[in-house]
Design a protein around this ligand. Sequence first.
Ligand SMILES: [Zn+2]
Length: 299
Amino acid sequence: MKTSHIRKILFTTLGFSSSILLNLNTPSFAQALVTLPELSNINSSISTPQTQQKKTDLQWVYSVAEKVIRANGLDDHPWRFEVSDKYDINAYAGELNKIVIYKGLLDQIHGDDAALAFIISHELAHHTQRHAAQQIELESSLKDRLLKEADEEFTNWIVAEKQKSDKPISIAKKDVIKQRIMLQKKQEFDNALQALSRQQEFQADEVGYKYMSTAGYDVNGGLRVFKLLSRLPSDYTVNSSHPPTPQRIAALNGIMSEYPWLTLWVDGNERLKINSQPLTFDVIEDEISLRINSRFVSK
Ligand SMILES: [Zn+2]
């Protein structure tokens, strides 16, 4: 299996999964681990229609991603793109330089280069803005602080109980109080991570809009993606790691007025002229993903 356990920090384009998963049975804040979405077994035959389709999807992803990367000067290291066989309407930024796009999402925006450019740009932004690292940093500092607070609160409770009565406190009662304090801290932990995650989504939308506009794609591509997402039943739940789509649409409209596409495109066009050679790519991992090479790769 090529999948591995990584921290549950998957930046989805949609928001079906919360990035906050805590094991309530553990005495302390467990490090949230999850398996990456299962990748279907790869059919080694290269002649099936499925493989052909994958190749076509990868070609489409390559042609759009390559331009976005080059126009924004993000080509100083390679990027990896994978088209997952699962028919999900989703995409996410994986390990360090990887972006996974689900077949279902590609199908739903079929042929719309600007919509794909927005999705790719949004996920690139999660990487360039260090969102996964920020989540891990927050998790770690919060965990330390909240555990310390929980400890102090429990000790204070014991002291207060002893002042009230000389009778020994039962273990069962201590456990109940401990549990209650831990649950409250976990709620604080979840809320803080959710707030960060939503803030990061807005930032990825903003930076993503700039990337795709710089690359010269139709600026309304992002709005078309949101329109699609807003029709999905699980568009918004209170615990979602993502902001509700109407809020993202409103924010994106604001960004579009603040940063007119023309100024962005002038910059990008200049960079594309200077670096006029498309970046090369390699199909890797049995045709399930590709690597877009940096501009420094030896030819
Ligand atoms: Zn996102």
